[in-house]
Ligand binder design. Structure first.
Ligand code: CA
Length: 238
């Protein structure tokens, strides 16, 4: 609880061109203890994201130079940083929600600041699941053979080649790789990654494991890091 690392402030990047939103967002997030960096257009936001490696990005859709949808796509292709989209009513919500976009959550304007802060907190909590970032080793890299997971930067590579994982895939792989040899039930995993098992099908876990295996080149017949334990769940073998 009192380690220096825990007290280190997380950086939130806000990309929003409306000052009447940017100012209160900045104020409230700083008051919650976050370090806040801001950009007022898409291109600048993307540059800042690369420079600052923020823990979370709040991203408006309607932006000068490059809209939030493009920014989201590029960001997602480069890192697994959690992205909270801000949308106006009637804006391309279908695109925001579409899987290919890769945003983790969205809020429709006008929204309550309290609700936004709660979402930010929840999103950041989900990224803290791995022991590498909770045991005082923030910025830690988990390695297993040629697999490397940079927990803080949310980047995964295999033999030095970047692997693009969606946020939930990243969190799941980090959970597994952070606990090699530990058996997880599907319910454990739903609790830890999806925040509960009540409204989610257990097969969601299986589908995500399949996607991760494919992305790690561990499809049918190939040796696997994530082992299926019949009648139980999964285990990561380093
Ligand atoms: Ca805007």
């Amino acid at each position: 609880m009192t380690s220096d690392v825990k007290q280190e402030r997380k950086t939130v990047l806000i990309i929003e061109d409306e000052d009447n939103l940017l100012a209160p967002l900045t104020y409230n997030l700083e008051r919650e203890g976050y370090r806040v960096v801001t950009a007022t257009d898409g291109g600048e936001g993307l540059e800042l994201a690369r420079e600052e490696s923020p823990s979370l990005v709040i991203l408006d859709i309607m932006l000068p130079t490059m809209d939030g949808i493009q920014v989201c796509r590029v960001l997602r292709s480069e890192s697994g940083v959690p992205i909270l989209m801000l949308t106006a009513k009637g804006e391309e919500l279908d695109k925001v929600l579409g899987l290919e976009m890769g945003a983790d959550d969205y809020m429709t304007k006008p929204f309550s600041m309290r609700e936004l802060l709660a979402r930010v907190k929840a999103m950041l909590r989900r990224t803290e699941l791995s022991p590498a970032s909770t045991d005082g080793n923030a910025g830690g890299v988990i390695t297993s053979g040629d697999l490397s997971i940079d927990v803080e930067a949310r980047k995964v590579s295999l033999g030095g080649v970047p692997v693009k994982l969606k946020p939930k895939e990243f969190e799941l792989l980090t959970l597994f790789a952070g606990h090699p040899g530990k058996a997880f039930t599907r319910d454990d995993i739903l609790d830890k990654i999806w925040g509960g098992k009540d409204n989610i099908d257990r097969r969601t876990v299986d589908v995500h494991v399949r996607w991760i295996r494919q992305k790690l080149g561990e499809g049918d017949g190939a040796p696997r890091r994530i082992i299926t334990i019949r009648g139980h769940g999964y285990r990561f073998e380093g």
